[in-house]
Design a protein around this ligand. Sequence first.
Ligand code: HEM
Length: 564
Amino acid sequence: MSTASAEVVAASGLTATTLFTYLIVPALVLWVVYYRMSRRRLYELAAKLPGPEGLPLVGKGLEFIGSPHDIYTRVNKLGLEWEDKPVVKVWVGPRLLVFLKDPRDVEIILSSHVHIDKSPEYRFFKPWLGNGLLISTGEKWRAHRKLIAPTFHLNVLKSFLDLFNQNSRAVVEKMRKHNGEAFDCHDYMSECTVEILLETAMGVNKKTQNQSGFEYAMAVMKMCHILHIRSTKVWLRPDFLFNLTSYAKDQVKLLDVIHTLTKRVLKKKKETYEKNKSAILNSIPMPTVGIKEEKKAEEKVKDKTVVEGLSYGQSSGLKDDLDVDEDVGEKKRLAFLDLLIESAQNGVVLTDEEIKEQVDTIMFEGHDTTAAGSSFFLCVMGTHPEIQAKVIQEIDEIFGDSDRPCTFQDTLEMKYLERCIMETLRMFPPVPIIARELQQEVKLNSCDLSIPAKCTVVIATVKLHRQPDTYPNPDVYNPDNFLPENCANRHYYSFVPFSAGPRSCVGRKYAMLKLKVILSTILRNFTVHSPTKLEDWKLQADIILKRTDGFKIQLKPRKKQTVA
Ligand code: HEM
């Protein structure tokens, strides 16, 4: 306070404390009244929703303290207490979270073209993924989705089979050195999926990758951990507090590793593009095995339309923009990064920064999810030898004694393996929650209740996929859950590991094809044993679902070594 104003205050007999009381306190009270009035409808509807009331001010915020496994266990327990309700509200401080687990309600959210905004927690991804497809919304998201979805067309994916095969064989050779010893398979799956992504979607040659795949995968894992900590520890949410912690310093270092790789990938690709524009079209690797037979098989498949639906990770009644039948045309069949660069050169408004954000998004979404899915699969096989034997029998019927690479037609014949992958994604969905910020009130289908605008809707796939009225014995691993006759009467939205509707996973078909090639190659070479029973696994919902106790497996060679 200046001397003059201090004198005025002194003359009027006011002290700084009374000034505070007379000005700041009423302003604060007015703000609180305004804040509550503007959220009146939210409180009104929230009061009618079932769920724990929690403590004043913090609600159930304290449930989110502790290790990722503790949080997972506590939130799961909370879910069990409200098991009989189709919808459960949870207050975390001033935030209202509404958990949905009835497929009829899940359908309202996921099938909507309106409820597409991600929840505020996704903003923690911003320094990493910018405004990439996972986070963006509105017109930007719509335009980029339209551009990117065709790059995951089956015709593009089929051209990746050689690379899927080569990398699967490489990981088999790397894992062989454990010689029957127990080891954590997640690091291998992680490295392998990063390398496959670099070679396929990004078109980066293996020779130029060096150690970067492994380093990148480790940096991504650590970043996910930091993001998880931020979204669960309320005090780390504001940037100014987070920036004071060692997590912020670690984040800077990790993002440096991640973005260095992305920038390098982008630079290389642009140089190639400039050097020889026409060579870009030819740079998509073409399959070299059994092309004629593939063509015949494809025609057969087209007649039967068996390639959609469950084969590619979603209930057969669901369709999204990945299921468009018309071929995008020879010229347009570009791999992801080639298409983005070409589009930017040909007048589509796409800045270098936007391309980088999409590359980061695809690298993250495309790698950690598949690494978790394949690691869970191997562990499940290891704990269910009788089911593993059936998968191996199917694979042997397809390949016999041959070491030939896997073709697209082979993947279509892996029906039992497919059901086992589906069942793994049911029990252990790599993306355990899908969260949206509602801009409009929503009337639920399962009951006579509405959820308010401005709340966060959470679809916990880990819960949705284990509803006993949909899946008898939901905690028992049973691939027969995905027999056609058992799927027939099930609600389409009761199985959404890749989400569904307009914001479904753009890499769904890519992931399924890649999983079939990697996992069949591993089981052509080894039988898997897993030392810990499935009931004893310790899970943590760390953005991506993981095992706190690690993905330990032992491999026993089945036959002579394949040539890598
Ligand atoms: C087993 C593997 C995978 C699973 C379980 C999975 C699951 C999901 C889920 C649940 C979402 C919706 C997330 C949300 O709404 O918050 C999603 C979105 C997305 N996924 Fe995947 N994913 C997998 C593999 C992949 C792959 C291989 C790629 C790319 C190569 C990919 C790219 C994306 C992208 C870009 C989005 C954002 C789409 C949008 O918002 O329009 N995913 N994924």
